[in-house]
Design a protein around this ligand. Structure first.
Ligand SMILES: N[C@@H](CCC(=O)N[C@@H](CS)C(=O)NCC(=O)O)C(=O)O
Length: 216
């Protein structure tokens, strides 16, 4: 019998946060009941004493599941899979499978963050040109992913795992960072395979602001 939460999982999120989208994907793909609580980031609610008590880093996402309060998207993915996926499909228990998933969680917080996530921050929230080194970092990780996904359908093999959930959101959002996925056919095919999975939920797309001309 599937293990279910005793109550709705409280999911503190912000609509345009890719880190939060990771968690929404996991909640939805694992079929878990949850309640969405929008945190007013522009109003700095994430730095209020009440929110900091939940997540001292003052960031979304955060979840509350009974007496468990947890921040950090990748930590939340691990928690949800360990707690509720008794099949071990999303986070294998064997040492090699678990390590392979962890490797991509590290990439999500490292190379992916330094490339596409950062590019989106410049383009969407700071309305600034994306620095060349950030574009280069994004293209390096896209090239690597494209080659890797030419060999197998999902990141650690034939079936999706937390690795795919962690890498999906900011890869799919690349155009919002003024980055093109056009050169990466295998990567685009993987995005389509991932989007066809049961429980997939799209992320709201944000229109890019007009780039401000450099003023004298
Ligand atoms: N390591 C964190 C990063 C989360 C993160 O950067 N969240 C952003 C929104 S996407 C945020 O809350 N930014 C506000 C801030 O850092 O003050 C995770 O994986 O959840």
């Amino acid at each position: 019998m599937a293990i279910r939460p005793a109550q709705l999982i409280k999911f503190y999120t912000y609509a345009v946060s890719g880190h939060s989208h990771r968690v929404e994907l996991a909640l939805s793909m694992l079929g878990l009941p949850f309640e969405r609580i929008e945190v007013d980031l522009p109003g700095r609610e994430h730095k209020s004493p009440a929110y900091l008590a939940r997540n001292p880093f003052g960031q979304v996402p955060t979840i509350e599941d009974g007496d468990v309060t947890l921040g950090d998207s990748n930590a939340i993915l691990v928690y949800l899979a360990k707690r509720y996926d008794s099949t071990g499909r999303w986070l294998p228990d064997d040492p090699v499978g678990a390590a392979r998933v962890q490797r991509w969680l590290s990439v999500a917080a490292g190379e992916l963050y330094n490339g596409p996530t950062t590019a989106r921050g410049y383009a969407l929230f700071r309305n600034k040109p994306v620095p060349t080194e950030v574009v280069d970092a994004a293209n390096r990780i896209f090239t690597l992913l494209d080659q890797h996904l030419g060999k197998q359908p999902f990141l650690i093999g034939d079936a999706p795992t937390l690795a795919d959930i962690a890498i999906y959101s900011y890869t799919a959002l690349a155009p919002e960072g003024r980055l093109s996925l056009e050169p990466y056919a295998q990567l685009r095919a993987w995005l389509a395979r991932f989007e066809a999975l049961p429980g997939f939920v799209p992320m709201r797309r944000s229109p890019l602001p007009q780039l401000k001309e450099a003023s004298a």
